[in-house]
Design a binder for this molecule. Structure first.
Ligand code: AMP
Ligand code: ZN
Length: 294
């Protein structure tokens, strides 16, 4: 019988983690002279780590670039508490913070009801919309997110299973913007969630355990997370080799493979169709409000 060696994933080594993140920032030119980078901070551990590490990188290497924070108050019951945590984090790190209320653009809960779409999918559409529009209007050169290796592996396998192959070309550390599309950077693309968590804990950074009361975003990826953990029992670094391979493939073969976006006919924001997802939701919501008796 073949003996299968089962290895528990290694304990987190924060020095290695930080070196890996700094190496990613340098190698892929995520931070450049003159940059004004808005970090999209959700209140959770991942974007908290992204903000802290980008700030530390710029300070340590004395780069002429500015790191600022940006938070979307989603308008849920827990949102005021989450916003407080983000304010405390920005203050602790000495970065400026801009907060935008999603409700000024769309009531996420009402739009989910009116459209019949799952709340996490409506929330995702609004976040993507605001993460491009608001920092751009504030003068950003780039927007950074806290997406980590396992988030992106989950995205990769979900797209593979649903045959949305095209979207997988977006899995790179830096997605160059054009026209009104901001450049997106992912400094934690080669970092793991447990490393981000340990980093925030070690520095005692203010972090909110749940970004909303629905908590379903990651639940939809649970099978992929389980698959990643299963592979790491025998090969603890398999996750990083996998994401490394996907990124290398995309950088070599994925150039010019992303859909060219145009401007939404209604609001002018980027979209792959005629009308963007947020405007479509807004239309559904107003139709529903106009046809529902008080
Ligand atoms: P999620 O799609 O919730 O997994 O979040 C992915 C990334 O989007 C996070 O790492 C953040 O950078 C950003 N993000 C999520 N929620 C918010 C929010 N409410 N405000 C600002 N940025 C957010
Ligand atoms: Zn629109």
């Amino acid at each position: 019988m073949v003996q299968i060696k089962v290895v528990r994933p290694q304990p987190v080594d924060l020095e290695t983690y930080k070196r890996r993140v700094f190496f990613t920032i340098k190698k892929y030119r995520l931070v450049e002279m003159g940059d004004v980078i808005y970090v999209a901070v959700s209140g959770g551990k991942d974007s908290c780590a992204a903000l802290a590490l980008l700030k530390e990188y710029v300070d340590t290497f004395k780069i002429d670039a500015e790191i600022r924070a940006f938070h979307i108050n989603l308008g849920f019951k827990t949102s005021p508490k989450v916003e407080e945590v983000v304010k405390a984090l920005a203050e602790r790190l000495g970065v400026s913070l801009h907060v935008v209320n999603a409700k000024e653009y769309l009531d996420i809960e009402a739009a989910a009801k009116a459209s019949g779409r799952p709340i996490c999918s409506v929330c995702g559409a609004v976040k993507r919309y605001l993460m491009n529009k608001v920092p751009r209007e504030l003068g950003a050169t780039k927007v950074a997110t806290g997406h980590h290796a396992h988030d992106l592996l989950a995205y990769y396998f979900k797209n593979l299973a649903s045959r949305n192959f095209q979207w997988n070309f977006k899995i790179v550390p830096k997605v160059e913007g054009h026209d009104i599309l901001l450049t997106k950077i992912r400094p934690l693309i080669f970092a793991r969630p447990e490393e981000n968590e340990e980093f925030c804990r070690a520095l005692e950074l203010p972090v909110s355990p749940l970004c909303c009361e629905y908590g379903l975003c990651n639940a939809t990826h649970i099978e992929v997370y389980e698959m990643i953990w299963a592979t790491r029992r025998r090969d603890p670094d398999f996750d990083l080799r996998l994401i490394g391979g996907i990124v290398a493939f995309n950088l070599k073969y994925g150039k010019d493979k992303l859909d060219q976006l145009r401007r939404c006919r209604v609001c002018g924001e980027p979209t792959s169709g005629e009308i963007c997802a947020v405007c479509k939701l807004r239309m559904k919501l107003s139709t529903r409000l106009n046809t529902t008796p008080p």
